[in-house]
Design a protein around this ligand. Sequence first.
Ligand code: BGC
Ligand code: ZN
Length: 370
Amino acid sequence: MKAVGVTPRQKEVGIIDHSAPDLQQDDEVRIRTIDVGICGTDREICTFVYGDPPAGSNYLVLGHEAMGEVVEVGSEVEHLKVGDFVVPSVRRPCRDENCLPCREDLQDFCSTGAYVERGIKECHGFMTESFVERERFLTHVPPELRNLAVLMEPLTIAEKGLAQAWDAQSRLPWVRHHANGKPTGKGLNAVILGAGPIGILGAMTMKAAGFETYVYNRSPLPNPKAEIVEAIGAKYISSNDVAFRDLPGLVGSIDLVYEAIGISSVAFEVLSILGVNGVYIFTGIPAPGDSIPVDANQLMRSVVLGNQAVIGTVNADDASFKAAIKDLAYFKKHWPEAIEAVITKRYAIDSCRELLLDRATGIKNVISFD
Ligand code: BGC
Ligand code: ZN
């Protein structure tokens, strides 16, 4: 089978020959790959600072944002059937008996670090014609979401972030006094930092949750990302026009920040203007390197005097995948053109090197095996 892979020892990126997988266990499902998204993590793996092949392999098949069709089910598969569309999760639990998160299906909170991630860490990914996965790591996708479901995995990052923000803010009346048991962002301000795929999907998630939503991004207006942001009823603010210090004057108190920019200097500037009782969610993973100066005294004062919560979020659990299905359906219903515009273009596998190695363009590029 054709696959897109990296061979770190030879520093090679491109199409490789990968053997077709068979079912090994009765709870496994074989999937024909349809769409695989390309993200910053993939591009970073292609610079060889991140990502590891599985034990015994000198290459790693890339791809962790996938959608495919079930073509074979093992005898113990309970809910999925041939013809169903599915999205796999990324992280697989470690084997340590004492790792409570992994033992309770919360491997996104793995405490040993010995987890593996498909297409990233010690386990092949999905950028290949077909793959095998256990049923418990797959989420069923309704057919009407088939063309959008490649966005599910990056959307789960926002879903997990928001779920943690609700948890942190259950200390406050704005979450505690909600009607019908569902927390709402109504009357609260969210600033999304960055307008890449994670930022735009984050903006959609916060907007759908009821927040007054602002996206703060470098690119000057007008631009296609700003058009998407405005189409969902959020406001796009370019750092060209508004300095970060002036954001609270424009937005009001910033109750939630969803950082999706990965640039620590900007991320910490915006942390310094987080509102009283606010929550700040980090999602970016900057490459290790030079240190940057920050005004730590001011930051520490405002975190303490403002009861602020700073949360990092990586990967996602099953509940976040379920939430992503619901939100994707909501986005499609309310903002059909905007959500479709998040997928910039579908390419054949032959374009993989340009997509992974050249300057990033558009929002979400997808390799399609269909
Ligand atoms: C993926 C996550 C993963 C993280 C760290 C991200 O690109 O979306 O699922 O946990 O990289 O490897
Ligand atoms: Zn990703």
